[in-house]
Design a binder for this molecule. Structure first.
Ligand code: NCD
Ligand code: ZN
Length: 435
């Protein structure tokens, strides 16, 4: 049976005016995108009223933490994918810093099986570069690829040893797989929770310097050049990293990069003096100068895509305060409204620009079939309400995490319906639909 989404608004590359379209879905795939002036024959079809709503490919988030196995008190594949669906995400790539670490084919399969039975959006597992993410011994890349891993990363920590990283890249290249790197030199960051900047100086705190990230970025771009691997840089946060990525791209290195909403809308100067640990994440909120450099890097294509780095922690863990709480904030349920309100409503970006960085660009960078409103693409879709302002209220989140610095922010651009492979998985009205 076919489904029609009728009278929805679609963003357009060449102008900021939205166009009305009807979209037909058959067998889980987009079958037709018809002009709004046509009158489709919907006899015998399901229909969804898209009037006044923006229709976009479902968002793709290539950096998330689902915490399962092992940290189910923070999040599960069930709760994390529900949160993703509510945020308009239809494909998410989960990080291997679980317990056990996703470093064996069995653990990859466990995540894929759980996602299949308990998840509501598509889950792509990354596998670790080194066993237990300890940086000592490479995992079995070929077997992990065979089991379904989509890339290799030790996210949560940097790979400290350059030869280890070079070996990892050469092996990944031979398997046509990407290496995804959390860039951080441990010797430069010991014991710090916030960036080196106005906030750390004001409170007499040791800061995390920009070089701790950029040193790995520079090192790994050279290693990527030497090995030819597709090297993707996690959560870019500094001006120095941007400069190095730009240089790498200019000489043809196969490097891509991502940035998180919080690094585009907050700086260290926004951290409250109360030292609330909901403002603590890794990399930390940087200076306003770094924020502007990251925004411009995204605008000029030096940074390719937007990811959330959704990193839920329990309230108890975050209550330990700035110095002792774990790094990380939740991201799925605020990502699009934040960026839409901050950059599109203010006229700095077109709607099409923002949507591409969250849909077709991640699909291109990671060679995924989704991310487009085109016949033949999977019917992974989201409808969004651009007209109504609403306050961020963590009590309404579907993630188990309440760790957000955005409580009370008034935003536009809230999802109203999310569909995966042609099946409605979440609506604003009825919440999650059980299969
Ligand atoms: N980003 C974070 O602040 N935390 C992440 C780890 C990571 O992505 O580096 C986590 O797993 O909690
Ligand atoms: Zn990370």
């Amino acid at each position: 049976m076919a489904t029609w989404i009728l009278n929805a608004l679609v963003a357009n590359e060449s102008s900021d005016k939205l166009e009305t379209k009807h979209l037909r879905i058959e067998n889980g795939v987009i079958a037709e995108l018809a002009d709004g002036s046509s009158s489709p024959d919907t006899a015998g079809c399901d229909t969804i009223d898209g009037t006044g709503k923006l229709l976009s490919p479902g968002f793709i988030d290539m950096h998330v933490h689902l915490r399962e196995p092992g940290f189910e008190h923070k999040e599960t594949i069930a709760s994390g994918t529900r949160s993703a669906a509510k945020g308009g995400f239809t494909t998410i790539a989960c990080m291997p810093n679980t317990r056990p670490v996703i470093d064996t084919p069995d653990t990859v399969k466990l995540v894929l099986d759980k996602a299949d039975t308990e998840g509501v959006v598509k889950v792509l597992p990354y596998a670790a570069i080194t066993k237990n993410e300890l940086g000592r011994e490479l995992t079995d890349f070929a077997a992990l690829k065979e089991a379904g891993a989509v890339g290799f990363t030790d996210d949560g920590v940097g790979v400290q040893n350059a030869q280890m990283m070079k070996n990892a890249m050469a092996l990944a290249k031979s398997l046509d797989m990407p290496v995804i790197a959390h860039c951080e030199d441990d010797t430069l960051v010991e014991g710090a929770a916030v960036t080196e900047g106005a906030f750390s100086r004001k409170h007499g705190l040791k800061g995390i310097p920009n070089e701790s990230e950029a040193i790995h970025v520079g090192r790994d771009i050279l290693l990527s050049e030497a090995t030819g691997v597709h090297y993707h840089i996690c959560h870019v946060s500094t001006e120095q990293s941007v400069r190095l990525i730009k240089l790498g791209k200019s000489v043809g290195v196969n490097v891509t990069a991502e940035v998180c909403p919080h690094h585009l809308v907050l700086s260290d100067e926004d951290i409250p003096d109360s030292m609330d640990a909901n403002w603590k994440m890794n990399p930390p909120l940087r200076t306003p100068r770094d924020v502007e450099a990251c925004i411009q890097a995204l605008e000029e294509g030096t940074i390719d895509i937007i990811v959330t780095d959704h990193a839920p922690h329990s309230a108890e863990e975050k209550a330990k305060g700035m110095a002792r709480a774990p790094f990380g904030i939740v991201g799925f349920e605020t990502a699009f409204p934040l960026l839409y309100t901050k950059f599109v409503k203010t006229g700095r970006w077109t709607l099409d620009f923002l949507l591409r960085r969250m849909t077709s660009d991640p699909a291109r960078v990671f060679r995924l079939p989704s991310g487009k409103l085109e016949p033949g693409a999977p019917a992974d879709l989201v409808l969004l309400d651009l007209a109504n302002e609403r306050e961020v209220n963590p009590e309404t989140f579907l993630t188990q995490g309440r760790n957000t610095p955005f409580t009370g922010w008034k935003l536009y651009g809230w999802p109203t319906l999310t569909m995966v492979n042609g099946r409605v998985v979440w609506t604003e009205e009825n919440g999650i639909s059980q299969a």
